[in-house]
Design a protein around this ligand. Structure first.
Ligand SMILES: *Cc1c(COP(=O)(O)O)cnc(C)c1O
Length: 442
């Protein structure tokens, strides 16, 4: 299958090129030329399939033409070595199960973040393609405000032929998050930038377009602009649907997605295009409301990101908007027919976390709280909703404990990271310094 650029000015690319390059030459995002629907027989028996089997069938539609079946099955099985349970949180009407709200807990992976699946899948697919790219080492650059860095670093740890550089703002990521990518060693280098997240992002972007650097080394991105990172996230939605179907609740399903760069929601929309019977979607945002504003007005105005307590969603110009826009033929009307929006202040997020804990006993993290609240407010008669709980509350322990007056336990997996020794390379926010550093690397 070939991939085209959302900017329409770059040549078509193979899957290999799209994955190894990340971004198209014209700075557009790669899109598959066609989206294969899954057969009705798949949906008829989906509730009897395992997560791995469902994911393989979905992956086969996207990648089956370009990756051998055995290899693809191995990539899927290695990626999904953990479960994604659907947990009932509340039943607003208290009668029967319709109108119930479920949490799809995406935080049971190695770094307790939903990005684990995309990162692990991408690492393995890149490894699969690496020999074909001339045996040259592939260097992954990733800018992070916390969550992406840990998922990518752990997803790529020990993968041969790939080196990862994680750029993060000094003093601006939580201690738990910092441990998750600075203590690993091996093929992971943490770069501590004397600046803010936007500076890290700017350094990465400049590197991709610097000819001296791209001649010197093969560079790619592991942010959700990469097709190998965002597409596998669609597995979640098929699996959630399967679990609801098992409960006899698959008729009027609403999926609510806490969103930042919109990779996750975008993968869900691809799922719908493949036939997934989800009735509609809600994009839940914090105060960074660019997409919400677009839904309301039809105008897209990127802004500077604002800092919130749901900081993995602090994005002022979501990169996957270009994909959603393209997928719906640039029609505001078509987008609004499938997706509605919601936006919440920190106060509303905090209130929702307390209220949910008090009324249902369920501990939300600030990101999931946006999703839960949007369903609470937006679910209609006869609908069943699930929201994606994108991070384990312990990852945001300080904020969560302060809001909910709790002392939540840090899972053993997180504690283990905190025992390692921090190793990082200090860097100024000047591109010349970063470039000189990379030019010295192999
Ligand atoms: C990355 C992230 C999000 C946003 O996901 P997008 O795919 O960028 O929309 C939401 N919550 C958490 C915890 C995240 O790490």
């Amino acid at each position: 299958m070939n991939y085209y650029s959302t900017n329409g000015k770059a040549p078509l690319a193979t899957l290999q090129k799209a994955v190894v390059k990340g971004l198209a030459e014209d700075k557009g995002l790669y899109m598959p030329q066609s989206i294969k629907p899954l057969p009705q027989s798949f949906f008829d028996k989906i509730h009897d399939l395992t997560f791995q089997e469902i994911a393989y069938q979905v992956a086969d539609c996207f990648f089956g033409e370009d990756v051998e079946a055995d290899a693809l099955r191995r990539i899927v099985n290695d990626t999904l070595s953990f479960d994604v349970p659907l947990v009932k949180v509340s039943d607003p009407k208290g009668e029967g199960q319709k109108g119930a709200i479920y949490s799809l807990e995406l935080f049971h992976g190695p770094t307790l973040a939903f990005k684990d699946v995309g990162a692990r899948f991408m690492a393995r697919l890149l490894r699969y393609f690496a020999p074909a790219s001339g045996g040259k080492k592939v260097n992954v650059l990733v800018a992070t405000s916390g969550d992406t860095g840990s998922a990518v670093a752990n997803g790529f740890l020990g993968v041969e032929g790939i080196h990862v550089y994680v750029l993060y703002p000094k003093g601006k990521v939580s201690p738990i998050q910092e441990c998750q990518f600075t203590t690993l060693g091996q093929n992971i280098t943490a770069i501590e930038v004397d600046g803010v997240f936007d500076d890290c992002q700017a350094l990465v972007k400049s590197a991709f377009i610097d000819k001296d650097l791209t001649d010197h080394m093969q560079l790619t991105s592991a942010n959700s602009i990469n097709v190998a990172r965002f597409l596998p996230q669609s597995f979640y939605y098929f699996y959630a649907y399967a679990q609801l179907k098992k409960l006899g609740l698959a008729d009027n399903v609403v999926a609510c997605v806490p969103s930042g760069n919109f990779g996750n929601l975008c993968s869900a929309l691809f799922g719908k295009r493949m036939g997934l019977p989800v009735k509609r979607f809600i994009a839940a945002n914090n105060e960074n409301d660019v997409f919400y504003y677009y839904l309301m007005t039809g105008s897209y105005y990127p802004k500077r990101s604002m800092q919130t307590i749901a900081n993995a969603m602090d994005v002022g110009d979501p990169s996957n908007f270009a994909r959603i826009y393209d997928l719906y033929g640039r029609s505001h009307e078509a987008i609004c027919a499938d997706i509605s929006g919601a936006t919440y202040t920190d106060e509303q997020i905090a209130y929702t976390m307390r209220q949910c804990l008090c009324e249902t006993g369920y501990q939300l993290d600030p990101h999931g709280a946006c999703g839960y609240r949007a369903l609470q407010e937006g679910l209609c008669e006869g609908e069943v909703g699930f929201f994606l709980e994108t991070a384990h509350p312990a990852k945001f322990k300080q904020v969560v404990d302060e809001i909910c007056d709790t002392d939540i336990e840090i899972p053993a997996r997180l504690q283990a990271f905190m025992q390692g020794k921090k190793q990082s390379v200090g860097m100024s926010k000047n591109f010349a310094d970063f470039k000189a550093y990379l030019l010295k690397q192999q």
